[in-house]
Design a protein around this ligand. Sequence first.
Ligand SMILES: [Zn+2]
Ligand SMILES: [Zn+2]
Length: 298
Amino acid sequence: MSKNPKKLFLLSGPLPELNAYSPNVYPLQALLEQYGYLTESCCPGRYDEPTRDALNKFQECCSSGDDISYEETIKRLCRARCGVSDNSAMTASTLPVVHSSPPITVGSIWLQDRLYFQIEKPTADFALDGQRDIFEKAFSKWGEITGLEFKQTNGENKPDITLAFHKGEHDDGFPFDEAGTPNGNMAAHAFPPPPIGGRFAGSIHFDDAELWKKDESTAEGVSLFAIAFHEIGHALGMGHSQDPHSVMYPFYNENLKDFTEKDKEMIKSLYGLRKQARLVAQPEDSQTITLNLGIEIA
Ligand SMILES: [Zn+2]
Ligand SMILES: [Zn+2]
């Protein structure tokens, strides 16, 4: 999948004994921390209690209640996926909005009806026109459900949502790494609307170490549509879902084409709440609102 397949990252070996040191534990801890499961301090390289508890938490989340082996858990942990944490204060993905059904898993949403998006830095993997078409298609799907109008701009209008392909460190504190490192399974990440997304609010970044493809005519490569469709959800304020069929499931699903009924219900109630939501932080430009999730925003 990567342009650099020679450095395929693998976590291997049996489950370590509790409190044993093993070289396998370093990448395990890095991944668990990266995706929001290991939040307590742990001893690097040692399979200590915080590491074990974090692994158990991940196992619970990724197995939908089924009993899965350690080997299978590690396999799932290493799968290609979105870089946004499954338990991020940034997306407040585990905090339900009070009085909504189903619970909404966001921190902030856009208030205006029209949003501009711009491709700031395309990939060289295929023609720019093809990339434009894919983003248009992905945004229009979100538009149908949210009632938002998405318009592509080339600089005529200030973009609300920007799309860029980067490699490695790219100055937002969330570096991409090529396959071969603990973060090698990360294909993209995105920042929620302001104020929670801060100065990167609405930015969507794709790992340009991946080989991107425009359609299913080639087996090799990562589907840009599948990843963009998911990441736009984050740029609109959605967090991750544990439902493997959901657009907001964190793991790569090449066949992702559409929303589930539950996704639609959730998105509609989220963007339907814009008018009546209680404001906890009134931004100066009034372009976004923050739903009251009972969290403190620094
Ligand atoms: Zn994601
Ligand atoms: Zn980034």
